[in-house]
Structure formats: C-alpha cells, structure tokens
Design a binder for this molecule. Structure first.
Ligand code: PRP
Length: 204
C-alpha cells in the first residue's frame, strides 16, 4: 500500500485535484466533514490530511511514503526526504514586506515577524544583518501595522493582503510551489509505483 500525506487547506485541495485528474480518486475526500483518512482499495492507496507544516514529519518518519508540501515548508524544516517533483501549483513567493512608509535604519537590529524563523534567519544571515525574530502563527500583517515588528517574512500570492494593510514587498526571498516529497527508504523499495504516480501527476 502507498500512504500519501496531503496538506489540509487550500493547497491540499488543489493538489488532491491533480491526483484525481491523474486517476487516483478517493471517494468523499473533498466532502465537508472531519474525516482525515481515505482509502482506495482498488489502487491500494491511502491518503490522509495533515497540517501543512506536518507533511514532512509524516514523510520523514515513513508514516507516509509520499506527501505534498509547499516549498516554504521544505525550506523552513529542511526534512531528510527526497524532493521529487514540482507539482506546478500553489505558486507564490516568500517575501520581506513592510509598511509603505518604512525606512530601514541599518544601524539597528531589525525586528522580523514570521511563521518561518529559519528562512528569515538564513536570509538575513546571508545579508550579514542582525535581526530579532518574532515567531507568530498567521495574520503576520498585523505585526508591522501595530508596531510589533519592522518587517514580516511571509508568503505573498496575489499581494492583496499586503495592499489592504498598507504594506508592500521590499525584497523577494524565494519562488514557491507545491512539491512532491518521498520517504528515502520507501522510495528505494517502491520507486516503480512512486515514479508512476509522479509521471501521471506531472503529465496533466
Ligand atoms: C497567507 C499569507 C498571507 C496571505 C497572502 O495567509 O500568510 O497572509 O496568504 O496571500 P495574498 O498575497 O493572495 O493576499 P493565509 O491566508 O494562508 O492565512 P494565515 O494568515 O493564517 O497564514
């Protein structure tokens, strides 16, 4: 059996649709209920919804043979897994954003609010800039607006959330999209089926 970890939420729905188009269907998976595990006995596959940040944990530990995770989460967690394919969906960018009237005083430690402390730290270390990281869980845009931070390091998709809160991008850090990842030993033993899944997912 192949076990697949899908990220709960918007990206997960997009990614599941790729699976469905590729012929891997899990009845009821998009129904509005609280069920987490879905099996297709004919395909000998099982799918489960996990929090997006947790997909690499399930895959790294082998509970899932494969999983779909945003590149943001892979950059943040650096899991010991194979990143096998760009699923070409969920395109967005990791960016630094600040209030429209923000002026950077480079002599000061920069206060950075983010859900991605490792990405932020790596980015500013590469710039040789000392920062104070404030780790938050969502609605990051509030931090500079209310004066909790100078900037945010966050995901930007359409830019609407920034615009509506009088913020703007000051630097782009990375291009992001959904990636297919695999457990290293599962890939060794199940590479034929995993490669077939990738081929079908990526040929649509
Ligand atoms: C993400 C991100 C931004 C928003 C960007 O938040 O953190 O807030 O999307 O999208 P946009 O550029 O299209 O406006 P999400 O909606 O996932 O919720 P969160 O704030 O709880 O993380």
């Amino acid at each position: 059996m192949i076990n697949i970890a899908l990220p709960k939420g918007r990206l997960g729905v997009r990614v599941y649709k790729l699976f469905e188009e590729a012929g891997y269907e899990f009845t009821g998976i998009l129904d509005n209920n609280r069920k987490l595990v879905f099996e297709n006995k004919n395909l000998d596959m099982r799918c489960f919804w996990v929090k997006p940040f947790d997909v690499p944990v399930y895959v790294e530990r082998g509970t899932a043979d494969i999983g779909c995770a945003g590149k943001d989460i892979l950059l943040e967690r650096s899991p010991d897994v194979y990143e096998l394919a760009d699923l070409k969906t969920g395109f967005c960018r990791m960016a630094v954003a600040a209030k429209n009237d923000f002026i950077d005083d480079e002599s000061k430690i920069l206060r950075v609010a983010t859900e991605f402390p490792n990405i932020a730290q790596n980015y500013y270390s590469s710039q040789g800039r000392e920062i104070d990281i404030i780790t938050l869980r969502g609605s990051l845009e509030l931090a500079p607006v209310l004066g909790l931070s100078d900037v945010i390091v966050d995901i930007v998709e359409t830019g609407t959330t920034l615009r509506e809160n009088n913020l703007h991008v000051i630097n782009y850090i990375a291009d992001l999209s959904a990636r297919l990842i695999a457990n290293k030993s599962a890939y060794k033993f199940k590479c034929a089926i995993i490669d077939e899944i990738i081929k079908k997912l990526c040929s649509n």
